[in-house]
Design a protein around this ligand. Structure first.
Ligand SMILES: *Cc1c(COP(=O)(O)O)cnc(C)c1O
Ligand code: SF4
Length: 369
């Protein structure tokens, strides 16, 4: 066995030269509050000489985390309010989150579940996992199961296969989606056997890769993506818009291009959730809209993520990207910022209810699919 060279403490961060020795005591207080873990793959990406290193900013603790800003919440996206049984979050009718574990290979400083994840957090017991799977089996409206956590890919292929078997046997679950950072955090662990464990003929298995900076898409991470694709798993991305990590046009563009080069279709760019002690990592919504609007046209359509806000209180995600159509639906902006009249529409203009024409209940689609 190779020794575990994962960094899990302020002391180990100082010993590796990733933080100055005089900061060790302050950071030990942060590490006592929020879990720390940097895998060798992530450490290798950090330039210790750069005090503003965008990889370090994502994983190395910061004393600012001990300051909780107004409006920050322990459960920012309201998971608890929608949990019918332990390990399940059922917010939308057709899909649930299944969280078999609360541990991750790395711990992100901006994590929206930072109060729940960490090495001390319990995985679901076998009995609790059985109850969560019973809930899915007994709820035919569940069309998709999203394995989340924690990072579900820290489980062994054998345990993942048992979950996939149970979902395939329901008959009504048609899609299995896995949310993971492991292809970046520990690419060698994403083996062909792990990928195969997730695939069943009865289910379409998709994987959503979490990465926030183009440097995270290393050759090893891209090879891990290739193993997933080879197993028949289409890949999507999710990223968090983070101050001084990816909140500039060049970095965001390079990140989206790196995803597409790795055969990962950009899916969501999340506005930062108000998790405790993360104010220094969040941006404004208007900044996010300008950044995302700047990608349109200049960068391939394959590279366009949806900019989304998870509404605090458990109300779900809403797109908050820039509007190209004016609120009255009369003019539309092009990618260079010029305004044009919209083409004449056969259906009535927007009603006072704000409902777009052509999407009234029972009305035919406004344009062919
Ligand atoms: C984010 C989330 C989903 C997935 O949302 P999509 O828009 O389908 O990607 C599902 N359930 C919960 C509870 C979520 O937080
Ligand atoms: S990998 Fe995901 S769940 Fe784990 S700490 Fe990072 S953001 Fe949170």
């Amino acid at each position: 066995m190779t020794p575990d060279r994962t960094i899990r403490s302020a002391e180990a961060l100082a010993a590796r030269g990733l933080v100055p020795p005089e900061r060790e005591t302050a950071l030990a207080r942060v590490a006592a509050r929020y879990a720390v873990s940097l895998t060798p793959a992530v450490v290798a990406l950090i330039d210790p000489a750069d005090p503003a290193d965008p990889i370090a900013r994502q994983y190395v603790p910061n004393p600012a985390e001990l300051e909780t800003a107004p409006g920050e919440l322990a459960d920012p996206i309201g998971d608890e309010a929608h949990s019918p049984v332990p390990g399940i979050v059922h917010r939308y009718p057709d899909r649930v989150l299944l969280k078999p574990v609360q541990v991750c290979a790395v711990y992100c400083r901006f994590c929206f579940r930072r109060e729940a994840v960490g090495p001390g957090a319990e995985a679901l017991s076998p009995a609790a996992l059985a109850r969560a799977l019973d809930y899915i089996r007994a709820t035919p409206a569940i069309w998709e199961v999203i394995l989340s956590g924690g990072d579900p890919l820290v489980l062994s292929p054998r345990r993942l296969a048992r979950i996939a078997d149970a979902l395939a046997a329901t008959g009504h679950v048609k899609a299995l989606r896995v949310h993971s950072r492991l292809p970046v955090a520990d690419p060698e662990r994403v083996t062909a056997a792990l990928a195969r464990a997730l695939v069943r003929p009865e289910l379409a298995t998709w994987l959503v890769l979490h990465a926030n900076h183009p440097r995270e898409l290393t050759p090893a991470a891209r090879a891990a993506c290739a193993r997933l694709v080879a197993a028949g798993i289409p890949l999507l991305s999710q990223s968090v818009l983070l101050r001084d990590v990816n909140d500039d046009p060049a970095t965001l563009e390079a990140l989206m291009r790196a995803f597409v080069e790795a055969r990962v279709k950009p899916y969501y760019l999340h506005h930062g959730d108000p998790a405790p002690g993360t104010a220094h990592l969040r941006t404004g919504l208007a900044e996010g809209q300008a950044l995302v609007g700047g990608l349109r046209g200049r960068v391939s359509g394959l590279c366009q993520p949806d900019y989304v806000l998870d509404i605090p209180g458990g109300h779900g995600k809403s797109p908050v990207g820039p509007a190209f159509l004016d609120p009255e639906g009369r003019t539309v902006r092009d990618w260079q910022g010029r305004t044009h009249p919209v083409p004449p529409c056969p259906s009535p203009p927007l009603s006072g209810s704000g409902r777009p024409s052509g999407t009234r209940p029972g009305s035919p689609r406004a344009r062919p699919a």
